[in-house]
Write a protein that binds this ligand. Structure first.
Ligand code: AMP
Length: 429
């Protein structure tokens, strides 16, 4: 037999991992609700063109990392697993005429994304993102509101020392002149550019600024800064956004090299890092304004901003910081055991009634001795063992409190109510 393993770059989330993962999902859903974002689900795959247009062809994600689905012969369309959520959400916004709703339309989605990347620590081929998008508000107040929401997510899930990096990448009015200057700068240093960067220089010079190539670090540190070339409107937007952040008490740092180098990304760009770990593989999350994207996907020009926070990396950081210790999954409230090892019918029947009443109950389905059944109930972390014996004929069972070590007789008719009451007082006590 072959040994089967999860595909390279993917991982299984086992029940113990789920204790932390569920906390992240709950916090994400709760925060999104508190901030007025409504859930949306888009397909895991879209027409490839949605991503090629929606992310841009001269990007790592589209040039190298798209997870294309092999075409079926009878279909001529090309499909791709979503590498990020924004393009699909904006496609849905346009398709469903959400431009006629009161603006902004605030949407949230949490789910797996796919990038055919070289797997390494913190970089997977399937990973999870918590995403929010506010479509139809030009900002800058909503920019700060979204950044504060992201910052709060990390605080509430317990990641320490998250730093917010912000930048403005200008707009169609001021960016072309800046890019021209950037191209002149890199051309002067063409001799020290790696071939792939040289190739990109003519197609999308902004991308060089956030190159992952270490050979680019010094060159990029000395490159002209876009924040020195903003037009008045973009500069005012950036100043106001920062003033809002300061007023909300969100600590931030301006990072001139932080760009999302695509034509329809505009103005605000931001990323979240654990302070001191600003390497390319370490971003916990990021986002930005995309005032050109809705039009690019066929809608009327509409501004938008959003973020995607990587949950896998949050889990890694939590584990490192000791806040994400793998917890044991919660045990059952009660395990139904029986003196007659063979009578699985009675155990299952009692357990079924308790479950129907809304309780977390396991029935012992093994045919082992009562002592062994009780030991297993203890190992499960159960609070109670419901013990079926001869008095079941008279409508009674024994309930053993495994935590307190006490035992008493309870009528079967009262069992669900008694256990529910015990659970409630245990939780609140
Ligand atoms: P991006 O759209 O590339 O800015 O990604 C947003 C966030 O998703 C990043 O900050 C990461 O936390 C996470 N992320 C992106 N790519 C991956 C990946 N391959 N594996 C795990 N997390 C990722």
């Amino acid at each position: 037999m072959p040994t089967f393993r999860a595909p390279r770059g993917t991982r299984d989330l086992l029940p113990a991992d789920h204790v932390v993962f569920d906390r992240l999902l709950r916090t994400a859903a709760d925060l999104a609700t508190r901030y007025g974002y409504h859930p949306i689900e888009t397909p895991l795959f879209e027409q490839t063109a949605v991503f090629e247009r929606g992310i841009g062809e001269v990007t790592d994600v589209v040039e190298k990392e798209l997870f294309r689905l092999a075409p079926r012969t009878e279909e001529s369309e090309s499909w791709t697993l979503r590498p990020e959520p924004t393009a699909g959400i904006v496609r849905a916004y346009v398709q469903h005429g959400m431009q006629t709703l009161p603006q902004p339309v605030k949407l949230t989605m949490t789910g797996p994304m796919f990038r055919y990347d070289r797997p390494q620590a913190g970089r997977y081929r399937q990973f999870w993102q918590f995403d929010v998008e506010a479509i139809g508000d030009p900002g800058p107040a909503v920019d700060a509101e979204i950044i504060e929401l992201g910052h709060r997510f990390y605080a509430e899930v317990g990641v320490d020392g998250v730093e917010v990096l912000v930048n403005s990448i200008g707009d169609a009015a001021c960016r072309p002149a800046y890019i021209a200057e950037l191209v002149r700068y890199y051309r002067r240093h063409a001799a020290s550019l790696p071939p792939t960067e040289l190739d990109r220089l003519e197609r999308n010079a902004l991308r060089l600024l956030d190159s992952k190539d270490p050979a680019m670090a010094d060159l990029n540190a000395a490159a002209p800064r876009i924040t020195d070339h903003l037009c008045d409107a973009c500069a005012a937007h950036f100043e106001s956004m920062k003033a809002h952040l300061a007023a909300l008490g969100v600590p931030y740092r301006v990072a001139p090299g932080l760009v999302r180098g695509l034509d329809y990304y505009t103005r605000t760009a931001f990323e979240f890092y654990v302070a001191g770990r600003e390497g390319q593989q370490q971003a916990l999350g990021g986002g930005g304004r995309y005032d050109g994207l809705v039009a690019l996907l066929g809608g009327k020009p509409t501004p938008g901003i959003g973020f995607g926070l990587g949950l896998d990396r949050v889990m890694l950081v939590l584990a490192e910081q000791g806040g994400g210790a793998v917890g044991a999954p919660e045990g059952p409230l009660a395990v139904v055991v029986g003196a007659d090892a063979e009578d699985t019918v009675a155990r299952l029947r009692v357990a079924t009634e308790l479950r129907a009443a809304g309780l977390r109950v396991r029935a012992e389905l093994g045919r082992r001795k009562l002592g062994r059944q009780l030991e297993a109930a203890g190992r499960d972390g159960a609070h109670f063992a419901v013990i079926l014996g001869d008095e079941l004929e008279g409508g009674q069972v024994q309930v053993r409190d495994l935590l307190a070590g006490t035992q008493r007789t309870v009528a079967v008719g009262d069992l669900a109510r008694e256990l529910a009451r015990a659970e409630a007082s245990h939780r609140h006590g």
